[in-house]
Design a protein around this ligand. Sequence first.
Ligand SMILES: [Mg+2]
Length: 256
Amino acid sequence: MGTIGGFLLDLDGTCYLGERAIPGAPEFVARCRSAGKRILWVTNNCSRSASEYAAKLQRLGFTATPGDVFTSGEATLQLLRREAVDRVYLLGTPSLEREFRHAGIALTAEDPQRLVAAFDLGVTYEKLRVACRLARAGVPFIATHPDLNCPTEEGSIPDCGAICAFITAATGVSPRVVGKPHSGMAEAAARRLGLPPERVAMVGDRLYTDIRMAVENRMTGILVLTGETTRADLASSPVQPHRVVESLADLLGEER
Ligand SMILES: [Mg+2]
């Protein structure tokens, strides 16, 4: 790990499961920091804000500040800023709506410059009807992340990708997708660490988001088996990590 200057860490299935920290994960983060390695948590799940994730990480025994967490919602806001967008129709949680407003984006169904779909836990037929009208009228359509489902303690629940599939089925319009594994997310995360991608390792439990982002963007991809992926999935996957470990605990002692 000598050439690695920083780690991008996935949250669900990598650092915690529900309200339980994965054993060894808080210690791995602490040891990395004392060895001078940078840490940034990177998540596609933008139903909560960076501050809310930092509070959860602290509750589970990690040292974390809001600046240590990068969500697909924040990556989407960076994209909107670059494109000088300030009026959006958003399908998102109240927490994400607050983040957008705080960033100076007006949330409106009247003449928006972009249609943005996120992990909206309060989506309604009315919201979907308006979104479809806008997509059909040619308002550029953006998805914060591609995930079709989100793992929870009760099993999988429909995520942003499933909401987008509804809009695409009705209108024939597909979104431009922001979160992991897309290169925009990888570049923004590496920039946040202040490191070239070659010196960054991404540790995560999903092959088609975490590991695909790493291998397609010149980062080291380390798969943990504490979340979604099984050894059988790994054997049949076109996306292969650089390294496989049972859990973050297996990396203890290698942080130097
Ligand atoms: Mg995960």
